[in-house]
Ligand binder design. Structure first.
Ligand SMILES: [Zn+2]
Length: 60
């Protein structure tokens, strides 16, 4: 039996930002909140780490 190096399990990538830690957020202006474009924003699901958080508090 060959001894293989143990490879640590890769952290699950965040589903929201696909592991990039950045998501595109819509930029709204005015009272009508008209969307004028998108800009990069920190992913609030993984807090910019790009890794899916194992412990997700469930509401309810
Ligand atoms: Zn994320």
């Amino acid at each position: 039996m060959a001894t293989r190096k143990k490879t640590p399990p890769a952290p699950a990538a965040c589903e929201v930002c696909q592991g990039s830690g950045v998501v595109a957020v819509a930029v709204r202006v005015g009272r009508k909140r008209r969307t004028v474009g998108k800009q990069d924003g920190m992913c609030l699901t993984c807090f910019g780490s790009g890794e899916a958080t194992p412990t997700t508090p469930e509401r309810g």
